[in-house]
Design a protein around this ligand. Structure first.
Ligand code: ADP
Length: 547
């Protein structure tokens, strides 16, 4: 027997129409590329998104077509986020920090018909225009007519100014309802190995993810929250915040391209931001600026860090020096992206300040709606004892089942689980902790050594700014750890003193065989350590060892 409840489909447009109707005055603030501040409301955003649908239709975009964006966080980008899926097209966000060849590959692979481009990426788009001319028919620069840059595209590609098109468009569009499984957005993983792969979200997955991340034990978004996603809208939908903010009626502050410590501190204070989300690198920049300038944060209560492991120093410094809580979450492009969040249970109530920091290093509990497990090399489920570590698998309605262009289900195992590529422990309270990427774990003499654990200990050394531990081939042990450290500015690092801080913290056989001091470490376009490059450079350094 079917239930007798209204069969409304979960539509992304309904998040926006909710915000426009019930939080009409809720503010969206954008720092523009001219470094001015643009303000409008959720009601304005909804009206402009409807006009943008008319623009898209005028450009020949129809159902299922891909609409690419190469843009920072700003109100025009937000409008594309809602207009494209609202008309059953697909918003394809492209990471401009990738190599131009990868960008051209992604645009061609996705078959983007129209591109929306920030002015700062004009040279980039002109450079790759000849490579994408077969798919891209029009480029819309996200500016007014007066600020249109001088550009030459490939023959046959039309060039427009966003504001000119919007100003001429009618606002008579009415958001349609259709199958909630319809594709809504496309995002390519940054591809630390191999070619980038596309993850294709749906209206259903996006809406459910928005509901889940807004909850109190996750991002805790409310109508009184003013949230600033530093995480770019070109990187996994800015972690879903543009959708979840509309759902909650939260104020949204979009920082544009200037993400350095000084610009961040000013924007956070000027716009009375209460909550902000981004990767650790950004928070280190902010911390450094605050310490040097003596500035304080006047409104920020919580900072969420994710994308890579939360450094203990960050958690301590913001808590102890600025009275700001650092929260820790984990996710990936394939999970829309949020999978776990570290919010306390009653058992965490009595933790000492030091224990609380240690606990916050865990990536957290699975979001309701998803499930997770850890398995050993033979696929057997491992216990939740906080010690055993194995491959982390997840499943649920906002987890991908196949990459763009592949057969549905092809990214899953026989029981429908998705292998995250991360290696983790789960403690008896259900808090997951990443110990490695599957491809980065060091397999020494048949046992596994966690590179992340070794890196976290290395960065607790007072002279070390950044550390990377990689697996290096070893004639006797198969693989052994190599530690690379970058000194803090103005400091020198004594490798012996780095090895000494491991005393009592890890088993003797976990100790890196060698510590190399280097000037810097390579990173991916999303700021993660590029261990593939390190492995190919240092892969044979233990080749002649016998012990
Ligand atoms: P890519 O996999 O292409 O680098 P993603 O942004 O999808 O891009 O990265 C997801 C990966 O980032 C996760 O599988 C995990 O390895 C890492 N990651 C994300 N959040 C955290 C975190 N809080 N702690 C440790 N690693 C994290």
């Amino acid at each position: 027997m079917l239930g007798l409840m209204q069969p409304h489909a979960l539509m992304i447009s309904s998040l926006l129409t909710h915000a426009a109707r019930h939080h009409a005055a809720g503010e969206i603030v954008s720092r523009t590329h001219e470094n001015t501040t643009h303000r409008y409301s959720w009601a304005d955003a909804e009206r402009r998104a409807r006009r943008l649908v008319r623009v898209l239709q005028g450009l020949g975009v129809g159902e299922g077509d891909r609409v690419g964006t190469l843009a920072w966080n700003g109100y025009r980008h937000l409008e594309v986020y809602y207009a494209a899926p609202g008309m059953q097209a697909i918003c394809h966000t492209i990471n401009p920090r990738l190599h131009p060849d990868d960008i051209a590959y992604i645009i061609t692979h996705a078959g983007d018909r129209v591109l929306f481009v920030d002015v700062s990426f004009a040279p980039l788009i002109c450079a790759i225009a000849p490579k994408i001319r077969d798919t891209v028919q029009a480029v819309v620069m996200m500016c007014d007519a007066a600020t249109m840059p001088e550009m030459t595209l490939a023959p046959g590609m039309a060039l427009h100014s966003y504001d000119t098109l919007i100003d001429a468009a009618a606002d008579d569009y009415a958001w349609p309802t259709f199958d909630e499984r319809t594709a809504s957005a496309l995002c390519y993983t940054s591809g630390t190995t191999g070619r980038p792969k596309g993850v294709l979200y749906s209206h259903r997955s996006t809406t459910l993810h928005a509901y889940a991340i807004a909850m109190p034990d996750v991002l805790c978004l409310r109508a009184t929250t003013r949230v600033l996603p530093v995480v770019p809208m070109f990187h996994v939908n800015a972690w879903g915040i543009p959708y979840a903010a509309a759902l909650s009626g939260a104020g949204l502050v979009l920082p544009g391209r200037h993400l350095d410590g000084a610009s961040m501190a000013k924007l956070l204070n000027d716009e009375r931001v209460t909550f902000t989300c981004g990767v650790p690198t950004v928070w280190f920049g902010l911390l450094q600026h605050l310490r040097m300038s003596g500035e304080r944060l006047h409104s920020v209560q919580r900072i969420m860090t994710g994308g890579s492991a939360a450094p203990p120093l960050l958690i301590e410094a913001f808590r102890d020096e600025y009275n700001v809580a650092v929260e820790h979450g984990w996710g990936m492009t394939e999970l829309s992206p949020v999978g776990t969040y570290n919010a306390p249970k009653p058992a965490q109530a009595g933790l000492s300040p030091a224990e609380a920091v240690r606990h916050m290093l865990k990536q957290g509990r699975i979001l309701p709606g998803l499930d997770m497990k850890i398995v050993d090399g033979a696929g057997r489920e491992l216990p939740w004892d906080g010690v055993a570590f194995g491959d982390l698998k997840v499943r649920g309605p906002w987890v991908t089942c196949a990459y763009y262009g592949d057969e549905p289900g092809s990214a899953l195992d026989a029981e429908g689980w998705f292998a995250t590529g991360d290696v983790a422990t789960i403690d008896p309270d259900g808090f997951m902790e990443i110990t490695d990427r599957s491809k980065d774990v060091i397999k020494s003499g048949g046992e596994w050594i966690s590179s992340i654990t070794l890196e976290n200990i290395a960065v607790s050394h007072p002279d070390v700014a950044e550390a990377a531990v990689i697996a290096v081939r070893h004639p006797k042990w198969d693989e052994r750890p190599l530690l690379l450290v970058v000194p803090r500015p103005g400091h020198t690092v004594d490798p012996e003193s780095v090895l000494r801080i491991y005393d009592g913290k890890v088993a003797k056989w976990w100790l890196p065989d060698l510590v190399l001091v280097v000037a810097d470490l390579p990173h991916t376009a999303t700021g993660k350590l590029l261990k593939t490059a390190l492995r190919s450079h240092y892969g044979d350094i233990y080749a002649n060892r016998t012990t």
